[in-house]
Design a binder for this molecule. Structure first.
Ligand code: CTP
Length: 480
């Protein structure tokens, strides 16, 4: 349904949607869904207003909403990618990669080896890229002989996906006996390789030698991952990275934006915690982890080295972030403390306040006539409070406050009690749809004032917060 609607948009609208989706690192369908969702939201976007004067009144500190939605994927907007497809069973995935790159606003030129055209046809690659596909080193007859030097130079990034064992070996030797290898030898642009082969071939000392030589030569490698192979019954490391992982790696290589948090270490918590009642039941809450994960991703994009401690969520681990998966509040606390020292801690998780005194070792059974069991609870550690008072306290400690009433009063109370520097307060009443939703309306509470933000996508909230964090470090504590 959504794709039919997009297909029917006029070209200008389609382009605007494509650019917006690229900026936000989403597919066009996803962006359209969020846009439509936003139109039905009650609260219209508004400019930043303040209720109390303070450090955030400085106009230099204001962030235009239009800058808020950047994600690493927007780095691909307008970039020219030369995709070299070599011949392996994973070649078919390169077709999806072309689509994903174009969705993010990149222009994709394709070079295919002879081997690749045994698996997919140049026609499919042409249809998906919308560009002529190049296969031969010397094409004197057609009008397509643009020359390997021009192909190698007229791009921002070269991706080889899949990169077979043979192609890696030939690259490591500096061979140039077909168009793909000649382009790789001639290019001065960054090169991203996505190896794909049988695990025995990947683990072979010769392949490992070649890969290590290519790394030393400055080539970037994404994957391979672990999984089932095309050969039945075989599994191990050798599967090509998924197209979205390759896209994320490409976006990082094309990202030329400033990295104001380079050299800074951040620890972020996200998602709910699950407190077991017995092996099958647990106490939890409605947190999706979307806001915490978006903040971790935005910090990484700004150059920070990020440890994300995540409770159980259904989200993908953010790219470029070290993600630690935990279940309970106590596990989360241990992981956060192990991540210290850090320059900043941003505690976004909706930590369960209580756990059961005893977690049954076996599933609790209903016993006729006995009635339901009483759940005796005890308090969980307050992770934010512990960090705020820690001997190794990060310089900037930010908490969240999920409230359904008296937002400012409760948030200010948490600021003091937990010794946080800022509290990001939000109304999580059921009717706001914040818990689990894609948008958030927050109030940034500091000791100097409270700032109302308009309703924004959670990724926009994340980018806005990260800009403020970068500004805080730049102006108050460190020289960049
Ligand atoms: N928090 C925490 N550990 C807890 C409870 C909360 O680290 N055991 C953190 C949250 O990650 C958030 C902040 O404290 O940054 C506030 O969480 P919130 O759930 O709003 O407040 P609570 O302290 O749980 O208080 P209440 O539930 O009474 O509002």
């Amino acid at each position: 349904m959504a794709s039919i609607t997009i297909r029917n948009l006029d070209d200008a609208a389609k382009q605007a949607l494509r650019e917006r989706a690229a900026r936000n690192g989403r597919s066009m369908e996803e962006e359209a869904r969020i846009l439509l969702g936003g139109m039905t939201a009650e609260q219209p976007a508004q400019s930043v207003t303040r209720s109390v004067p303070g450090e955030l009144t400085n106009p230099a500190n204001r962030i235009p909403v239009s800058q808020g939605g950047n994600s690493a994927n927007s780095a691909l907007l307008g970039k020219v990618i030369l995709l070299v497809i070599t011949g392996g069973i994973a070649s078919y995935k390169a077709l999806d990669l072309i689509r994903r790159l174009r969705e993010r606003g990149a222009k994709v030129s394709v070079v295919m080896t002879r081997g690749a055209s045994e698996f997919i046809t140049p026609l499919s690659a042409t249809a998906l890229s919308g560009e002529q596909v190049y296969c031969e080193l010397f094409d004197r007859i057609g009008e397509h002989d643009v020359g390997h030097i021009r192909l190698a130079r007229d791009c921002d990034l070269v991706i080889v996906a899949p990169a077979t064992a043979d192609f890696l070996a030939r690259m490591a030797q500096g061979r140039a006996d077909d168009l793909a290898s000649a382009v790789l030898l001639a290019t001065r642009q960054p090169v991203l390789l996505a190896p794909a082969m049988n695990p025995a071939m990947w683990n072979n000392a010769a392949t490992q030698r070649n890969v290590s030589m290519l790394r030393d030569d400055g080539k970037h490698i994404v994957g391979p991952g672990k999984g089932e192979m095309a050969e039945s019954g075989e599994s191990g490391v050798g599967r090509m990275a998924e197209p979205l992982e390759i896209v994320a790696a490409a976006a990082r290589l094309c990202d030329t934006r400033p990295k104001p948090l380079k050299g800074f270490k951040a620890v972020v918590t996200s998602g709910p915690t699950h407190e077991p009642i017995d092996p099958v039941r647990y106490i939890a809450n409605r947190s999706s982890g979307k806001q915490g994960h978006a903040i971790a991703a935005a910090l990484a994009e700004a150059g920070a080295s990020v440890t994300l401690v995540s409770g159980p969520v259904t989200l993908r681990d953010p790219d470029g972030v070290a993600t630690i998966h935990v279940e309970t509040a106590r596990e989360m606390q241990a992981a956060v403390e192990a991540a210290l020292p850090a320059d900043m801690a941003i505690m976004v998780a909706a930590v369960a306040d209580w756990r059961t005194q005893v977690s049954a070792g076996e599933k609790m059974k209903k016993t006729e006539g006995k009635g339901p069991p009483a759940l005796l609870l005890e308090e969980n550690p307050d992770i934010l409070k512990g960090i705020g008072h820690h001997a190794n306290r990060p310089r900037l400690v930010i908490g969240f406050a999920a409230e359904t009433n008296d937002i400012d009063k409760n948030a200010l109370g948490k600021l003091d009690r937990k010794r946080a520097d800022w509290i990001v307060a939000n109304d999580v009443s059921a009717e706001t749809g914040v818990m689990g939703g894609d948008r958030n309306t927050i109030r940034l509470v500091t000791r100097n004032g409270i700032e109302n933000w308009p309703q924004l996508d959670k990724s926009e909230v994340a980018h806005r917060l990260v800009q403020l964090i970068a500004h805080w470090f730049a102006t108050n504590t460190v020289e960049v």
